[in-house]
Structures are given as structure tokens and as C-alpha cells.
Write a protein that binds this ligand. Structure first.
Ligand code: ADP
Length: 482
């Protein structure tokens, strides 16, 4: 509909332009043709007034013998019907004319062009126009010659062409050339209109294809693309739409994926909350029901299980909170300059009791006097805690866990490695996913590595893992130097 209107508008503009161009072209042709006719008229009849003056002289020199002149004029006019003869005094006043008096509109003409004509000879550029006594404004080509009029100096003034080409209509009617030119302009205009309308139809058809595609896309057909190879504006429009459509589809996919992840997370959270809660509820109810018949050892063991579950629940809730703050950007690094060597020493010292408990040797980094790093000390401690806890948890007794630090160009690399059970290659891509656990263990929430990854990413680095089953695992990342 819009395009139909667009097509109509284009066609109307084309028609208007063609009509205007045709009119201008015709006007220019008429004008130059009139000039051409006037010039050749004037050139051919340049000496007409001089010749007539010789014939008129006997009837003019002493006094105006009008009857005799009438006769001469009649003869001249028979030979050349397109001339009008006037006798002028020295200043251009009309002394005699040979025409219907009602046709004469001014009784004097400007004498300057007459002088120029007589003085200029053949060097005068033609057509050279003078006032037409039969009109108040028109100028026409003429021939003029000096002559004596009743003993006084005067002029014979001959207007050439008469009223022949006064109106454009008359010119078109009477001139073969002009008629043919007008007809040609008409034919050219019609042909141009047809070709123009056809090419507009083709052009707007491409535009219509774009709008059709956009409409179908809007109606839900997400696969619709213009797929044009043209490099003109319509092609660019099509390509821009295709890009926009790709972006929209990509965004929708991402939104669907994040929606799926959110639902999966809610399911995971509910599941992870339900089992410890059920267990807590069960043990507490058992204690309440059988309190009297229970030994204090049983009661203690039940309460320890309850306590372990509550600790897990509390850890799960805390880690979820921590992860959601990192993901939403609410928790951002508060960077400061500190020694990563000191931090690594402190963290290993903190975990020595746990290492002792599981009979794993936990070694601090070798002292290297490394430059300080610029990072959020609490976040990095949190990451080291998680990596060391995992390493201790997944390493068999008599195994080794160590932190390595090394200076790189502008950063300091941090590695936590163990010679524990390792991770199978097909599990590796998933271990940073939320809630992903290779094997469900009572302590693991499956959130630790997801949190560590977000922290490291917030420090413009990536956390890498290198692992082989039964050989060990190394996690590494880097920090900016202060
Ligand atoms: P969790 O709280 O279960 O440790 P993480 O996100 O920290 O959760 O770790 C995800 C999973 O990656 C763990 O369940 C474990 O299977 C595996 N994993 C992490 N670190 C190690 C390691 N050093 N050695 C072997 N497996 C590991």
C-alpha cells in the first residue's frame, strides 16, 4: 500500500518533470527559431529600405504625395506581403505609414537602433531590433535608410516579418520545423515516461521485496532474510535488515538459553535444599520421638548429622548469594596493592590442619620476592580457598598440593596443583558450570569453581584447568602487577 503510493508519487514527479522539461525545450526552440528567422529575414532584406527609398524619393523629397506612395507601397507589398513601411522624421516621429490607422499604437519609435543600423553596415550583429509602431512594447527586425522628407532629413523604416510570428501558437501552426520539433518532444516525452514508469516499477518491486520480508519476519517467520547482493541503497537496506534480523534472533536465543539456565538453577537449588532439609527434619523428629530410649551416643551422632547438614545449607545459601552478586555486577573488585606471596603463605597456613587431617602435604610457594599485585585481596583469597579446598578434597592420602607463583611480563601467574584423582577430559568443559559436580560429595555445592571463574574474569584473566585422571589437576590464572 505504502509502496503503491510511493510508486504513484515517483511516477507523478517523473510526469511533472517531463512536462516541465518539454515546455522549457519548446520555449527555447521557439525563441531560437524566432531569432533565426528574424536574423535571416533581416540579412536578406538588409538593403530593402535603401532600395525602396530610391523608388519613394520622388514622392517624398518635396512633399508627401500619399496617393502615389500608396501605389508604390501596394506594389511592394504584393511582392513582399510581410513588410510594413513607415516614414519617420529625424527624431523617430511617424510622418506617414501605410496601414490601417487603428493598428498603430505609438506615434514615435526609438531612433537609436535606426542610427545604429544605418551606421553599423554589415558588421552589426543580427537580428537588430527596433520598436514596432503596431505594439506598445514589441521590438522587431527592420531595415532603414536615410531619405529627404519634404526637404527635411528623415528615414524610411521598414518592419520585417510583420505580424507573422507574433504568437507562439501561430509559429507552431505555421512553421514546419517547429511543428516537427513539438511533435518530437511529445514522442520523446511519451517514450521517456514509459521507460521511466517501467524502471520505477522494477525499482519499487525490489523495495516491495524488502517490505514483504520485514512483514513476514514481524509475523513470526524468523528465518526470513532479504539476501540481496546489490550494493545500491536498496541492497544496503536489505543487508541492514538481515543484520538486524540476525541480531534479534541471536538475542532471542540468548534470552531463551538464559531462561532455561535460570529454570535449571531453580530446580538445582530446590533439589540441593530439599535433601539436607529432609534429613535435618528426620533426625530432629527421631530425637524428639525417641529421646527417652536413646543413648547419649546415638543422640550425639544424630545431632552431628543435623549440624553437618545445616552447615552445608548455610554454605549453599552463602555461595548462591555470592555468585548472584558477582553475576549481577553488584560485587566488583576493590583493588589494592598487596603481596600475593604473603597471601598464598597465609592461605596455606590456614589449611594446614585440614591437610593434616586428610594426610596430604600442602606446600606454600617458594619465596621469590615477587612484586606486589593489584587486585581485590578478599576475592583472591576466596579463590585460593576454593582451589586449595578442592585440591585437598580430591587428593588421596600421602598426595601433594602446592601453590606456584611466577612473574610474567606484566602479570603474576598463580597455580594450584595437586597429584590427586584428576578430572576426565569429557568432564573438564563443565566443571565451571553452576552446580556441576563430577561426583556428589556431602561438602560440595558445585558453586565454588563458578564463583572462582567470575572473580578471575573480573580481574581481566581467565581461569584455566589442566587435568589427567589419576595424575592430578592444575588450576591457573594471572593477576596484574601493581
Ligand atoms: P564443589 O563445591 O563440588 O567442589 P566446585 O565448583 O568447586 O564444586 O567443583 C566442581 C567439580 O569439579 C567438583 O565437584 C569436582 O568434581 C571437580 N574438581 C574441582 N577441583 C578438582 C580437583 N582439584 N581435582 C579433581 N576434581 C576437581
Amino acid at each position: 500500500m505504502i509502496l503503491n503510493r510511493f510508486y504513484l508519487r515517483l511516477s507523478a514527479i517523473l510526469l511533472l518533470l517531463l512536462v516541465a522539461a518539454g515546455i522549457v525545450q519548446l520555449a527555447v526552440t521557439l525563441n531560437s527559431y524566432r531569432d533565426f528567422v528574424r536574423e535571416s529575414d533581416q540579412r536578406l532584406n538588409h538593403d530593402l529600405a535603401a532600395n525602396l527609398a530610391r523608388t519613394f524619393q520622388p514622392f517624398l523629397a518635396d512633399s508627401l504625395n500619399e496617393a502615389a506612395i500608396d501605389h508604390v507601397i501596394h506594389e511592394s507589398m504584393v511582392m513582399n506581403p510581410f513588410i510594413e513601411i513607415y516614414v519617420l522624421d529625424e527624431s523617430g516621429g511617424l510622418l506617414a505609414y501605410f496601414a490601417d490607422p487603428s493598428k498603430i499604437k505609438r506615434m514615435a519609435v526609438d531612433i537609436t537602433p535606426v542610427h545604429q543600423f544605418i551606421g553599423g553596415g554589415s558588421a552589426l550583429p543580427l537580428p537588430h531590433l527596433g520598436d514596432d509602431p503596431r505594439s506598445l512594447t514589441a521590438s522587431k527586425p527592420f531595415s532603414a535608410a536615410a531619405t529627404l522628407v519634404a526637404g527635411e532629413p528623415g528615414f524610411l523604416y521598414v518592419i520585417l516579418g510583420g505580424e507573422q510570428y507574433d504568437s507562439a501558437g501561430a509559429m507552431i501552426r505555421e512553421s514546419y520545423i517547429i511543428r516537427t520539433t513539438a511533435a518530437n518532444i511529445g514522442v520523446i516525452a511519451v517514450c521517456t515516461t514509459l521507460v521511466g514508469l517501467l524502471s520505477f516499477l522494477l525499482l519499487t518491486r525490489r523495495l516491495r521485496r524488502v517490505t514483504d520480508t520485514v512483514r513476514r519476519f514481524r509475523q513470526g517467520d524468523w528465518q526470513q532474510r532479504v539476501e540481496t547482493t546489490a550494493s545500491d541503497e536498496v541492497g544496503e537496506l536489505g543487508a541492514a535488515f538481515d543484520q538486524m534480523a540476525d541480531t534479534i534472533v541471536k538475542n532471542m536465543d540468548e534470552m531463551r538459553e538464559s531462561d532455561r539456565q535460570r529454570r535449571e538453577m531453580v530446580a538445582n537449588i530446590s533439589h540441593d535444599l530439599r535433601s539436607p532439609l529432609t534429613s535435618v527434619q528426620g533426625y530432629i523428629e527421631t530425637i524428639l520421638l525417641r529421646e527417652s530410649e536413646m543413648t547419649s551416643q546415638d543422640r550425639r551422632s544424630h545431632l552431628e548429622t543435623v549440624s553437618r547438614n545445616v552447615r552445608f545449607l548455610s554454605r549453599l545459601v552463602n555461595e548462591l548469594f555470592e555468585l548472584s552478586r558477582l553475576e549481577s555486577g553488584q560485587s566488583t573488585p576493590r583493588r589494592e596493592s598487596f603481596s600475593i606471596e604473603e597471601l598464598a603463605h597465609d592461605v596455606t597456613a590456614k589449611y594446614q590442619p585440614l591437610a593434616f587431617e586428610v594426610s596430604v602435604q600442602l606446600s606454600p610457594p617458594e619465596p621469590k620476592s615477587l612484586p606486589p599485585v593489584f587486585a581485590d585481596i578478599h576475592m583472591i583469597e576466596r579463590t585460593l580457598d576454593n582451589l586449595i579446598e578442592n585440591a585437598l578434597r580430591f587428593t588421596r592420602p600421602q598426595g601433594h598440593v602446592r601453590i606456584n607463583l611466577a612473574a610474567e611480563e606484566e602479570r603474576i601467574s598463580v597455580q594450584v596443583s595437586d597429584d590427586g584423582i584428576g578430572i576426565a577430559a569429557d568432564e573438564l568443559p563443565h566443571i565451571f558450570d553452576r552446580f556441576y559436580r563430577v561426583r556428589r560429595s556431602p561438602e560440595g555445592t558445585g558453586l565454588g569453581l563458578a564463583i572462582s571463574q567470575r572473580i578471575v574474569e573480573a580481574h581481566e584473566s581467565t581461569i584455566r584447568v589442566d587435568s589427567r585422571v589419576n595424575e592430578g589437576t592444575t588450576f591457573s590464572f594471572s593477576l596484574a602487577r601493581a
